[in-house]
Design a protein around this ligand. Structure first.
Ligand code: MSP
Length: 519
């Protein structure tokens, strides 16, 4: 079976509050997944939840619930959130699922058998409140620890360590040989700089079960559970492995799949992650895979962070953007459009309500919405909604938009693709102003000319619907339905000029983006 395009997002902490940052990452991955499907590639898109660890254990305890019951409740909230964003994910992983745990235990066993782990006693300053060892970096200039760490004691603890350090040179070479492994380039340079100038310490991959029980037990030592990042990173491979993916199941000695033939997903094509967790993904994860004899993902695509009104988003100060509210008020397409159009992947962003409203009004309502509404209304009014003979006056503009959109999407330049699509919107709106069909309609001698203008405008609307289909969820289908055409085509090739059949009768035009108070 040929390999599918496989894309993932970071898995969110189950006890976190879903906000703009989580939504943005998921939408970026969703648009990339949809664009690959629209290019005819079989695609698999995975997202999910990170459910183990101290914080979850404590929060569950505080609410008098078992950690599993606590996670199950929150998982529903997250799944509703995902549905609200309209994600086209093919599966949803939760790290408490047995299918995931089997993989984590298999990779741990393989590393252990291969001599990649060792046990060692660590002695250091331990924060009882944060339940973590502190390092020199956590000290204040006077050498003391911040009160946020609570009581700090000297503690000795024995744990398993993974020999990361042994792979430092190999990883630097791998990143140098594969420029697209970490994108964008400034993030790649950041990791290369780290690998060349710092010492990569071995990684502590266990916690004693006596102080943390909410984790995946080590298969070879029940006194320990797996460190939450080792557990979480494994999700990207655990799900394909659970289907029996030959690139994973074979090397790890996992059972063959029940469904034959097993889908071929691994290695992942793209892991979409935020800039704060780049090191986990582009240092720890590739080394884990390499040490276990598994193939490496092809790319870690790193996005920036959103602020709101120039400040870090924080629930405690109330400075958060709640995507669910924005979607309820403005529609899912307005939300998806804004976040994708505002930021190129990799840049940091700043959400302001004024900025959001201004794009809604200028680009969606007055740009796209107005074009479609006036084009279809004129066809209705002047030709009773019947498509005139094919004309090619805007064909070159349509073809350019298609070529550029395809090229940008193949590079994951989502913002640039939207800019190309909006050049076609602007060109067509300008064409209405120049050709003035409302004047042509008053002169019976201009009937042929009016036919040409109306064909060009209606065909541009159809092409825009197809081009927008990886980005927006409702608008493309609404345009198709107003055009009286059937289901929206699944492939971008439908955006080739001249497919709108003459003689076809369109449906009823209706505003796509209602103007709002104060816009
Ligand atoms: N559970 C870990 C990831 C494990 S992946 C094997 C985690 N979870 S998280 O919930 O804190 O973050 C999930 C993703 O959301 C991360 O990629 C993170 O960068 C992203 N964002 C969280 N806040 C963000 C913004 N304010 N802006 C953009 N993305 C941000 O980390």
């Amino acid at each position: 079976m040929s390999k599918r395009f496989y894309i993932t997002t970071a898995i969110d902490y189950v006890n976190g509050e879903p906000h703009l940052g989580h939504a943005y990452e998921k939408i970026v991955a969703d648009v990339i997944a949809r664009s690959r499907r629209a290019a005819g590639q079989e695609t698999f898109f995975l997202t999910g939840l990170d459910e183990h660890g101290q914080k979850v254990q404590q929060a569950a305890q505080a609410e008098g619930k078992t950690p599993q019951a606590y996670c199950d409740e929150l998982a529903e909230v997250w799944q509703r959130f995902i549905a609200k964003l309209g994600l086209s994910n093919d599966d949803f992983v939760r790290t408490t699922q047995p299918r995931h745990q089997r993989f984590v235990q298999a990779i741990l066993s393989k590393l252990h058998a291969g001599g990649q782990l060792y046990k060692e006693v660590y002695r250091g300053s331990y924060s009882t409140k944060e339940e973590t060892f502190l390092t020199a970096k956590d000290r204040r200039p006077d050498g003391s620890f911040d009160p946020i760490f609570g009581e700090v004691i000297e503690l000795e603890e024995e744990n398993y360590y993974f020999k990361l350090g042994a792979y430092q040179r190999w990883l630097a070479e791998h990143i140098e040989r594969n420029p697209s492994f970490i994108q964008p380039a400034h993030r790649r340079n950041e990791i290369l700089g780290f690998l060349k100038n710092d010492v990569l310490e071995d990684l502590c991959i266990t916690r004693p079960a006596s102080r943390l029980s909410w984790g995946i037990p080590l298969p070879f030592d029940p006194d320990y559970v797996t460190y939450v990042w080792f557990d979480a990173l494994s999700n990207y491979a655990s799900i394909p492995a659970s289907f029996g993916d030959p690139a994973l199941a074979g090397p790890l000695g996992l059972p063959p799949s029940a469904s034959q033939p097993a889908p071929s997903l691994w290695p992942a094509d793209i892991h979409v992650v935020g800039k704060d967790i780049i090191r986990f993904h582009s240092v720890f994860w590739p080394i884990m895979l390499k040490a276990a004899g598994l193939l490496l993902p092809l790319q870690v695509l790193v996005h920036g962070w959103w602020q709101k009104d120039g400040q870090k988003m924080s629930k405690s100060t109330g400075n958060v953007v709640d995507p669910v509210r924005v979607i309820d008020d403005w529609g899912v397409d307005a939300f998806r459009y804004y976040v994708l159009r505002e930021l190129d992947i990799g840049q940091d962003g700043n959400w302001t309500h004024a900025g959001f409203k201004s794009r809604y009004s200028a680009e969606l309502a007055n740009g796209l919405g107005n074009l479609v509404n006036r084009s279809l209304s004129m066809l209705k009014r002047y030709r009773e909604g019947v498509v005139p003979p094919v004309s090619t006056e805007l064909a070159a503009d349509g073809e350019r938009a298609l070529t550029e959109t395809r090229a940008h999407l193949s590079q994951n330049h989502l913002q640039a693709a939207l800019q190309s699509i909006w050049s076609l919107v602007a060109r067509a709106n300008q064409y209405v102003d120049h050709t003035a069909p409302f004047k042509l309609a008053k002169d019976p001698a201009q009937g042929r000319r009016l036919d040409e203008v109306l064909y060009n405008l209606t065909e541009v609307c159809r092409i825009l619907a197809v081009l927008l289909s990886p980005f927006l969820l409702e608008t493309p289908a609404k345009i198709y339905s107003q055009l009286g055409l059937g289901a929206l085509p699944g492939n971008l090739s439908a955006a080739t000029w001249g497919r709108l059949p003459p003689g076809h009768r369109i449906g009823t035009p209706a505003p796509l983006f209602p103007r709002k108070e104060g816009c």
